[in-house]
Design a protein around this ligand. Structure first.
Ligand SMILES: Nc1ncnc2c1ncn2[C@@H]1O[C@H](COP(=O)(O)OP(=O)(O)OP(=O)(O)O)[C@@H](O)[C@H]1O
Ligand SMILES: O=P(O)(O)OC[C@H]1O[C@H](OP(=O)(O)OP(=O)(O)O)[C@H](O)[C@@H]1O
Ligand SMILES: O=C(O)c1cccnc1
Length: 487
């Protein structure tokens, strides 16, 4: 089965400035200089308290096939500068045509719960190559992590109810639709209506029918009967085309006929009106008619907040069909992941640590070859410490809040932990066995059980503690002081 979307020449899927910088590195003899970049975000989406890392599988597909084909190089060669003359020399195109990916990549497995400033991905290799990859890596991780997070929020509200993703028609183009279906499944959805996502990713596909089916017949009853006749093993009837509760009664009539044939009425779907009231009334009608097992699907511009409200109102919805607000990440259309240079190897073979200054403390980047250590106790995960793997940790590690150095915590060697980033590529070779999409989805479910419920609430969630290991904190502080005094 085909399960990769990015197995084509996509070297040009980058911003022009990455190519111009790459050219500059090549011209100035820096192309092969070893560098380290970290990919991280600064703030959770949706004013939430957690983010789900997603997109690594696409990154792997992308890097496995990374190349510039002849047509790509011809195009790059045709680009001109302000004076109308060529931007890039042919020697550079030749360099790109022969270039083999030599980068090493360490990344947080998909489906891991992550927090601001933690590297989701760290890339080490020739600076020219790392630079070219900034844009596609961000593109692949930002959107999928955003949608997986939105989906996980919906799963938290849904409990054991079924979640169906219905978003393809409202998604940001075909690729937006495909990646959203994938990320939604990982975040906790049970199935998608997107048939191509079903085929390519192995996600279960499910669906009901539209109003047009009902409208195409002279009566709703006839429409329901015809549908049940031809698809007796997949009957979910949309009851709200004319009058929802009358529609439920028609569905019950059809359900009784289905039973005579040895089948059953799977579910009814409500797509308008007061979903709390209608689902409660529909449940009553179905139960009274002996259809206790028939499900109630609700759809219509749902999101986690409306779901929450419907639950509080006692709605009897067992299946939630969600499209627009999930796949477009409606209330926050982007995760602001960034990709920052953190170290560069100098001529003596040592690391020169790098940092981007900003007036805003949150925007000052962190240097170092970073890893994240997640400490745990009997109750679950308690805090994360970002450290520089080049600085051996003392027996007792101390982590410092980067925005308030008076706040710190220490952990003895006896405290249990796991390091989040795992090796994925070594010198350009894939060394990671990707879990199945189903295992990744399970990981999200499992991960969320290990965190305090405070980070999972929607209103003013608790801030999970993430600190810098003391030596890294000192390195960063020294660099800031040095850079500010040299300004
Ligand atoms: N009981 C409820 N509590 C909170 N929100 C609800 C409730 N019932 C429905 N909603 C939500 O209210 C929003 C309003 O829906 P909308 O204005 O489209 O009304 P409608 O009756 O569905 O109209 P239409 O027939 O045009 O779809 C939708 O997002 C829907 O999910
Ligand atoms: O509301 P969403 O979360 O995006 O879920 C998908 C929607 O798509 C379908 O109808 P469509 O919106 O195309 O037409 P309708 O509004 O007339 O039902 C379906 O009936 C859902 O309402
Ligand atoms: O199967 C459905 O009910 C469905 C599919 C896509 C969009 N809305 C509904």
């Amino acid at each position: 089965m085909i399960n990769r979307l990015y197995d084509t020449s996509l070297g040009l899927l980058t911003d022009l400035y990455q190519l111009t910088m790459a050219y500059g590195y090549w011209k100035s003899g820096k192309a092969e200089q070893e560098a380290v970049f970290n990919l991280y975000f600064r703030k959770h989406a949706f004013q939430g308290g957690f983010t789900i890392a997603c997109g690594l599988s696409s990154v792997i597909d992308y890097l496995n096939e990374y190349r510039f084909d002849e047509a790509d190089l011809e195009y790059i060669g045709s680009l001109t500068g302000n004076d109308g003359k060529k931007l890039f020399e042919s020697g550079f195109l030749d360099y790109l045509s022969k270039m083999e990916l030599k980068c090493s990549v360490d990344a947080v497995p998909e489906g891991t719960v992550v927090f601001p400033n933690e590297p989701l991905l760290r890339i080490q290799g020739p600076i020219l190559q790392c630079q070219l990859l900034e844009t596609p890596l961000l593109n692949l991780i930002n959107f999928q992590s955003l949608v997986a997070t939105k989906a996980a929020r919906m799963r938290l509200v849904a409990g054991d109810d079924t979640l169906l993703e219905f978003g393809l028609r409202r998604a940001q183009g075909p690729d937006g639709g495909m990646t959203a279906s994938r990320a939604a499944y990982i975040g906790g959805f049970d199935a998608t209506s997107n048939v191509l996502a079903g085929k390519l990713y192995g996600i279960p596909v499910k669906g009901t029918h539209a109003h047009s089916w009902v409208m195409s017949f002279d009566s709703e009853l006839e429409a329901f009967e015809t549908y049940a006749q031809h698809m007796p093993n997949n009957v979910t009837l949309l009851v709200d085309t004319y009058d929802s509760l009358q529609g439920v009664k028609h569905a019950i009539t059809v359900g009784n006929k289905l039973r005579e044939r040895g089948y059953d009425l799977g579910a009814i779907r409500l797509d308008s009106g007061d979903l709390a009231y209608l689902s409660i009334e529909a449940r009553r009608l179905l139960d009274e008619a002996g259809f206790e097992k028939t499900g109630i699907v609700a759809s219509n511009d749902l999101d986690e907040y409306i779901m929450d409200s419907l639950k509080i109102q006692g709605a009897r919805i067992s299946v939630w069909g969600i499209g627009t607000k999930l796949v477009t990440a409606f209330d926050q259309p982007a995760l602001g992941g960034v990709f920052k240079l953190a170290a560069i190897r100098n001529e003596e073979g040592e690391w020169d640590y790098k940092l981007k200054l900003s007036e805003q403390a949150i925007k000052v980047s962190t240097p170092g070859i970073q890893q994240v250590r997640r400490f745990k106790d009997q109750k679950g995960f308690v805090s994360d410490m970002i450290f520089n793997i080049e600085m051996p940790l003392p027996g007792k590690s101390t982590m410092i809040d980067p925005y308030d150095f008076t706040r710190n915590r220490s952990f003895s060697e006896a405290v249990a932990y796991e390091d989040l980033l795992v090796p994925v590529f070594s010198d350009g070779h894939l060394i990671y066995t990707l879990p199945s999409i189903h295992e990744t989805r399970e990981r999200v479910k499992d991960q969320l059980t290990h965190f305090h419920k405070g980070i999972k609430r929607f209103v003013n969630p608790h801030t999970y503690p993430v600190g810098l290991e003391k030596q890294l904190f000192d390195l960063k502080t020294d660099l800031i002081v040095k850079l500010r005094t040299n300004e």
